[in-house]
Design a binder for this molecule. Structure first.
Ligand code: ADP
Ligand code: MG
Length: 153
């Protein structure tokens, strides 16, 4: 199984894709979210976090760098590295600790942390197309491959 590309026509469908991803990951793994400002990275993250059972707001972590969630027995760390000026800053944030327990890590703008982030299970790239979005999912691990296979079925 290699990558999957889906056309996601609106915000509601994006949230649904997040729900499907939440079910696949079962709250574990590393997901990179790539795409321009306004592509839909935070929207998809919101779908994933809600899909795990979170009922409150999911705001963009642009200024905080990371927003933590405790959902039932799961922990989710939602990163937005857009404002990181140097990937080395992640070292001072204790970035390694976030990946230690196989929690779910959603990382917007991962290219900003290049060299300081582990390999993702999947890299998700979102591109505007007409009124919707093309969402490409590329797996980099065994479980990432099985998530992609399930989403393309
Ligand atoms: P990013 O985090 O990539 O900067 P956001 O998720 O904050 O982007 O914003 C994306 C915007 O695009 C929101 O206004 C959202 O309603 C809209 N959007 C999200 N997914 C879709 C989609 N599949 N089709 C059309 N519009 C979408
Ligand atoms: Mg965002």
């Amino acid at each position: 199984m290699s990558g999957v590309e889906l056309y996601i026509e609106d915000e509601a469908a994006m949230l649904q894709l997040g729900q499907a991803l939440a079910e696949q990951t079962a709250g574990h793994g590393i997901l990179f979210l790539q795409g321009d400002l306004g592509a839909g990275k935070t929207t998809l993250s919101r779908g994933i976090i809600r899909g795990l059972g979170h009922t409150g707001p999911v705001k963009s972590p642009t200024f905080t760098l990371v927003e933590p969630y405790e959902i039932n027995k799961h922990r989710v760390w939602h990163f937005d590295l857009y404002r990181l000026t140097d990937p080395e800053e992640l070292e001072y944030l204790g970035i390694r600790d976030y990946f230690a327990d196989d929690d779910l890590c959603l990382i917007e703008w991962p290219q900003q942390g290049k060299g300081y982030l582990p390999q993702a299970d999947i890299e998700i790239s979102i591109k505007a197309h007409n009124d919707g979005r093309f969402v490409q999912l590329l797996p980099f691990s065994t479980r990432g491959k099985s998530w992609c296979a399930a989403l393309s079925a």
